[in-house]
Design a protein around this ligand. Sequence first.
Ligand code: GLU
Length: 328
Amino acid sequence: MKKARWVIVFFLALAVGLTFGVPQKSAAGMKFFTIGTGGVTGVYYPTGGAIARIVNAKKKEYGMRLTVESTGGSVYNINAIMSGDLDFGIVQSDRQYQAYYGAPNSEWAGRPQKDLRAIFSIHPEMVTLVAAVDAGINSIKDLKGKRVNIGNPGSGQRQNSIDALAAVGIDYRKDIIAEGLKAAEAPGMLQDGRIDAFFYTVGHPSGAIKEATSGTRKVKFIPIVLPDEFYKKFPYYAPAKIPVSLYPKAENKEDVPTFGVKATFVTSARMEDKYVYYLVKEIFEHFEEFKKMHPAYQVLTKESMLEGLSAPIHPGALKYYREVGLIK
Ligand code: GLU
């Protein structure tokens, strides 16, 4: 008798399991991937969102779903991809180069990240130096003795700030009061009078720079004009201009010269080819839709998205680029 009851319980449990097991089964077939971005007021974060929105429209078909995480930036993203904590990430082109080759004076000196793989590049990013007008800063040299946010460890911009300062003879460890704040915190600190200036390597327009330029404390962009030797020493940097029309409340009247890099999309060699292929295919086949998702993408062409990549292109991406003839 007891045995019969157990048999009934067993079959009931099986039936319940089967009924509720069906949706679970398809959920189990779905792979979840996380994209590491940057601060929420930067351009990486909405970029991760734009990529996810396009690719997730086919989530059932591909069995993949992308989610976006706000992070400390490029260096954090590369390290987290290498350790397996993130699947994809947006990183500066200079940081991609340094990590892949284990460049001296970088976080990866002597430790080349040979498993780093490039997928495509995205918008241009400019090394943006924002200063309070009342701080009396007219050139990068005037930062001497000032309180300046050079960027959090883990961010892409920190090394850009250090390189720019060093190029004009400023040692960030002793000639300025260097802060290591996250980019999202810097505009508020500038407005509150707790810092005089900050660096942010970012696409334009960005929420952070809008926030910095629209408070009651007047701010302006400081030009960073460096000699040819600088570009010879750091071949991954190129001269660039900040379009001031995007920030009507900044004091500048003309576009501001500086230098820049590119935002790039990366993963690890361990990532399965098919998922990278699906992702690239969706972004390239919805290219016009993608371009409309952020004003920083205005200048993008499909060809430009294959420039500025130093790590080998992931085979899943390469397959798509060959198929459509973007790479012969
Ligand atoms: N370039 C910055 C970094 O690598 C992030 C910029 C952004 O979030 O748009 O840390």
